[in-house]
Design a protein around this ligand. Sequence first.
Ligand code: SAM
Length: 224
Amino acid sequence: MQDLSDPRGFGYGRATVQAEIGGRTYRLAALDGFEENVGAVYRTLGGRNTGRDPGDWMPMFGVLWPGAVALAERVAAEDVAGLDVLELGCGLGLPAIVAASRRARVVATDNHPHAGAFLAANARHNGVEVSFAELDWRDEDAVLPCPRFDRVIASDLLYSAQLVPLVVGQLARWLAEDGRAWLVDPGRLALPSFEAEARRVGLQVEVDVLDEGERELFGIDISW
Ligand SMILES: C[S@@+](CC[C@H](N)C(=O)[O-])C[C@H]1O[C@@H](n2cnc3c(N)ncnc32)[C@H](O)[C@@H]1O
């Protein structure tokens, strides 16, 4: 019986990606694309019931999306030393790794069954310690090593309207009273409803357009 938690059995196409952040080069083990690996997932799973929503196996975690690079730059521009930092939907975890290299205590989270393996390898290759926890935003009873975080960071999570209340719920659940959340979004259509939902639960939201060359990205600062 194949161990589905082991990415090696999925025949993913692999790549190494790199990013220059705050004067340092970070190298990450990644997939060679998102669309390119959807077929590998469905060939491996066949029609079997894994106990998870089939959409949860989509290999979005394995790509360094542009928002992650912008978020990592934001992390590198701030003093996060000694802070408790939570990354939601971390994928390859570049922002989490940058925060750890700046001496933050970091918990990186994602619900994809293979994100933890990539995060652990990438933290090791870049010489930092990052804890990983499998966290699904639909799980209302989740427990993490820290009850509340000084910084909650996330990039490119608002790609579907159904995710908006879940992501807002996570911010409300984990952000410390005097904490700050930094999100980056590539202008997904759900961004306006995210702003409205965050304000509805009492969060303060500021959205700025980031200057990231050809790609328009939005930086979202959140506090209570
Ligand atoms: C577009 S990717 C972004 C990955 C990374 N933040 C980046 O910008 O490169 C979205 C991420 O959210 C994760 N995700 C989607 N739904 C989730 C859920 N319900 N709970 C936790 N993570 C989820 C996916 O596994 C994936 O890693």
